[in-house]
Ligand binder design. Structure first.
Ligand code: SF4
Length: 370
């Protein structure tokens, strides 16, 4: 028997009230994906899986899984971003000190930053997509020893063939504001915005999974009581099978409200917006970032033309979709007057929701200083 404990580490461990409240609005996608990709047995050894999104835990009972386990155990710390990396290391150190044999850390931080100094010290690092390396990690854990690093040679697969998702239990779904699930029909982004690490994590080529896989995940989600789906692909409007998927959702009358992210070129995709509306899309998140063309050009976000933003609001309104504009403040070119002008234009366009982010130079992006 191998016990696999999959944990998405939060920033501070069991989350404080504020963080828990915020994160309860956002499901973690990687945890259910990895759980679904883990077979019930391998090489004749049974595998039992536990999955934990630390952001929505309210006690520390899940740490018991890592305390003096009576069966060989693999701790997989997944989806680890730079601000969660220290917590990931703390959990790995805790597990190793308490008798867990195998620990591996994967996600955006190991994929985009140099972790060499930490290699070979009792915790393994996953530098590639799980589709590519998860079976080897499981096999090595069963055989008794993990390699220090996985996926150094190749970061992502040419094609995505994950299994349909196993939705979280009813108990876990209740931890979120609404029972929700992240579904990832396609990965990758063709653009090169220099504040974003997506292309280092998922590549520039859009790779979609089979439509039937997404449909089966949606059917299972609905049967399990999921009331909201977030398509976590970065640019749903660049996914070539997107229209066919939406047609299928309409034909099956799947009726599960969902959220998508699109780039601003959605302003020219009226048919797709109409399909999204009919298939049950309730909200479209669009990274408009700035209303100043020069600022966008400096951020290598040349695909954004502020003159088209108003059309996105209109298209969404016509199709019953909440337009959600994401704005960034703090570009080098920003000035106080420029930000006030940005707000004026934004108010005039009237997107249904506007959210604001202060530019943070994430490790692994073109804007990071090292
Ligand atoms: S910000 Fe959006 S469009 Fe730009 S590279 Fe990242 S995912 Fe692609």
């Amino acid at each position: 028997m191998l016990r696999v404990v999959i944990i998405k580490p939060s920033k501070y461990g069991r989350t404080g009230y504020v963080d828990r409240f915020r994160r309860g609005f956002m499901p973690n996608s990687t945890v259910p994906y990895l759980r679904s990709m883990t077979p019930a047995s391998m090489e004749g050894v049974a595998i039992e899986v536990y999955s934990v999104d630390e952001y929505v835990q309210t006690d520390l009972r899940y740490l018991d899984l890592l305390r003096n386990p009576d069966t060989p155990t693999l701790l997989a710390l997944v989806g680890v971003q730079s601000h969660q990396f220290q917590r990931g290391l703390d959990l790995a150190a805790f597990a190793r000190a308490n008798g867990v044999q195998h620990c591996v850390i994967g996600g955006p931080h190991p994929m985009t930053c140099d972790t060499t100094v930490l290699h070979g010290r009792g915790v393994s690092f996953a530098l590639a997509e799980a589709e590519l390396i998860w079976p080897s990690i499981l096999r090595d854990a069963i055989r008794g020893e993990l390699q220090p690093v996985y996926g150094q040679e190749q970061r992502w697969t040419e094609e995505l063939h994950p299994p349909a998702l196993i939705p979280p239990s009813a108990r876990d779904l209740r931890r979120y504001v609404v029972p929700m699930l992240g579904v990832y029909p396609a990965g990758g982004c063709p653009f090169t915005c220099n504040f974003c690490s997506v292309i280092k994590i998922a590549g520039r080529q859009i790779r979609g999974q089979a439509i039937e896989t997404t449909m089966e995940s949606l059917r299972r989600a609905k049967a399990a009581g999921v009331r909201m789906v977030m398509f976590t692909s970065d640019n749903f409007n660049k996914y070539s099978d997107g229209p066919a998927l939406l047609e299928q959702m309409i034909a099956e009358n799947i009726r599960i409200p969902f959220f998508v992210q699109c780039d601003t070129q959605i302003s020219r995709q009226e048919e797709l917006v109409s399909l999204l509306g009919r298939a049950g899309c309730f909200e479209m998140f669009v990274g408009v970032e700035s209303f100043h063309r020069q600022t966008l050009l400096a951020a290598h976000k040349a695909q954004n033309h502020p003159s088209t933003y108003g059309e996105i609001v209109k298209l969404c309104r016509r199709n019953g979709i909440v337009s959600h504009f994401s704005n960034i403040i703090g570009f080098t070119e920003d000035t106080a007057a420029g930000i006030l002008e940005h707000l004026d234009i934004l108010r005039g366009l009237h997107p249904a929701v506007a959210s604001f982010y202060i530019l943070t130079t994430s490790p692994g992006t073109g804007q990071y200083w090292i």
